[in-house]
Design a protein around this ligand. Structure first.
Ligand code: F6P
Length: 546
């Protein structure tokens, strides 16, 4: 059911924002800061050790008031409660949306169809911890009796990006005697490169797939199984070298993995919201159960913050509203995520799926085509690399690109001047983006007149600064939950279903048809469009050429 009967763009809260936009769209951050020396103090908030400075946004107090009014009138509170209550808010799949249950404390009660799911969550966590400890201690041995030294996670999408991003983010806390790798692409190169220097007798594969029907994952898992058995020679070895993480025991068994070696999760966990479920098994093996639980406590703290904090101090709500301001009123197409921490080098890739698969929707909850933009294109790379690549366009291009800068006061690898230099860039960039450099300032530097336009920085480029003390497992959990809930806030305002992903189906179906055509040795009768037919014929002709 739709949260609101009146279409979003017809609602007074929306119309008020539209009017307001026309009044303030040309205001410059230079004047907003000059007029108000306390702007940064007022337009910032601290919660759970995360300091969010949103003062370098093209907003006034009135903008904020109107955005908060939009939030209040969009049914966000009711929808948060519905999610936490286990209601089936994923209406197109008739499923509850309960990633928050994955990090709920043991004594919590969250009901799905009348049954408390929290005890099951903790039972699986305990089973994971027991297994992770056995692998880490060498108690779990491979088929030949050798200790496991390599863990290869096989999955794709949410069954890969989450654990991979988090493993990279928390590498500092991981056991360096273990090699943990992630294979996702159906391109054989991925698994070939991931296994080429590994000893099968020392390698454990965690096959992760919510459905256990995903072509990429099953193909990679089959290749891994062949690789393992070729070396170890006995089917019995599978039980020692393969574990599965899935909601689908039947398919796991069909694949040949003993369901005793299966770690379960549930259909009320969306793939892109799942890395704190058993999907995080490889991560847990890498960093250990204690650090994993520390991460869960960070998630949980942010869940509580989101659920209970008034909107004007609520981190996910503020981030969500500011995003709406740019997407729907300034018509910004993209949003950059710029972490100034090398360990977060896969964060943007992870957030791409989280945000774009959730909010890349064109119809509302009633199936009506929306008359406004929904999820933005998410992109980014860790600082400072981007500064020497694409920041030029953010500074001087023609597009408006709102950015989130994420940084930490303490380095995980304190090394001479590195951290100060990294953070100097972090602070300098948001300053440069906001305030730019006027042509007058450029002229005053003695720059020749012909170069002045080229060296002028318009400024007025909006940024959020997210600053925390240190990247720890707990902090990572807080940050990820912050973005999960931000996506939720935006999806609620847009009145869309953030929890299905029908848009990936058509490509899968067509690939299935084409893969059957490509499997034939005789040239198939092709009945696609003329472009696809020609491309396929070319491929068939050249595929076996040297
Ligand atoms: O095709 C998209 C998708 O369903 C994602 O939503 C999901 O994270 C990914 O595929 C992998 O799915 P599974 O975990 O079922 O293999």
């Amino acid at each position: 059911m739709a949260a609101n009967i009146i279409p979003l763009t017809q609602r007074p809260a929306w119309k008020a924002l539209q009017d307001h936009y026309h009044k303030i769209k040309d205001l410059h951050l230079r004047s907003l800061f000059a007029e108000d020396p306390h702007r940064a103090e007022r337009l910032s908030v601290e919660g759970l050790g995360i300091y969010l400075d949103y003062s370098k946004n093209r907003i006034t107090d009135e903008t904020l008031r109107l955005l908060l009014n939009l939030a209040e009138t969009s049914g966000i509170r009711a929808r948060i409660e519905a999610m936490f209550r286990g209601e089936k808010i994923n209406i197109t799949e008739q499923r509850a949306v309960l990633h928050v249950a994955l990090r709920a404390p043991k004594d919590a009660s969250i009901l799905v169809d009348g049954a408390n799911v929290v005890p099951e969550v903790h039972a699986v966590l305990d089973k994971m911890a027991d297994f992770a400890n056995r692998v880490r201690s060498g108690d779990w041995k491979g088929y030949t009796g050798k200790r496991i030294r390599n863990v290869v996670n096989i999955g794709i999408g949410g069954s890969d990006l989450g654990p991979m991003m988090a493993y990279e983010a928390l590498k500092h806390y991981s056991d360096r005697n273990l090699t943990v790798r992630f294979v996702s692409n159906i391109d054989g190169t991925d698994i070939a490169e991931a296994t080429r220097d590994l000893d099968p007798a020392e390698t454990l594969f965690a096959v992760c797939s919510k459905t256990f029907t995903t072509l990429e994952t099953l193909t990679n898992a089959q290749t891994a199984r062949d690789w393992c058995l070729k070396a170890l020679g006995d089917k019995k070895a599978v039980a020692k070298h393969f574990v599965a993480v899935s909601t689908n025991g039947e398919e796991v068994a069909k694949f040949g993995i003993d369901t005793a070696n299966m770690f379960e999760f549930w259909d009320w966990v969306g793939g892109r919201y799942s890395y704190d479920s058993a999907i995080g098994l490889s991560l847990m093996i890498g960093i250990g159960p204690d650090q994993f639980r520390g991460m869960l406590s960070g998630f949980q703290a942010m869940d509580e913050h989101f659920r209970t904090t008034p909107f004007e101090k609520n981190l996910p709500v503020l981030l969500g509203l500011i995003g709406i301001w740019y997407i729907n009123f300034f018509e910004a197409e993209t949003h950059a995520i710029l972490p100034y921490d090398q360990y977060l080098w896969r964060l943007s890739a992870y957030l791409q799926q989280l945000d774009m698969e959730s909010n890349g929707k064109h119809v509302d909850l009633d199936g009506n085509v929306v008359g406004y933009h929904t999820g933005p294109i998410i992109w980014g790379q860790p600082g400072t690399n981007g500064q020497h690549a694409y920041y030029q366009l953010i500074h001087q291009g023609t597009r408006l690109i709102p950015c989130d800068f994420i940084g930490f006061c303490q380095s995980t690898n304190p090394l001479g001047p590195h951290h100060n230099l990294l953070m100097a860039n972090f602070f300098a960039q948001t300053e440069a983006l906001a305030f730019g450099k006027t042509s007058k300032e450029v002229e005053a530097e003695g720059v020749p007149a012909s170069l002045v336009p080229h060296r002028t920085f318009e400024g007025n480029h909006p940024t959020n600064t997210i600053l925390a003390a240190k990247l720890t497992p707990e902090m990572l959990g807080k940050l990820i939950a912050l973005y999960e809930h931000k996506v939720f806030v935006q999806g609620t305002i847009w009145n869309i279903n953030s929890f299905d992903q029908w848009g990936v189906e058509l490509g899968k179906m067509l690939a299935n048809r084409i893969s059957q055509e490509l499997a034939n040795h005789v040239e198939p009768k092709l009945e696609h469009d003329s472009s696809t037919n020609i491309l396929l014929r070319r491929y068939l002709r050249l595929r076996s050429a040297d």
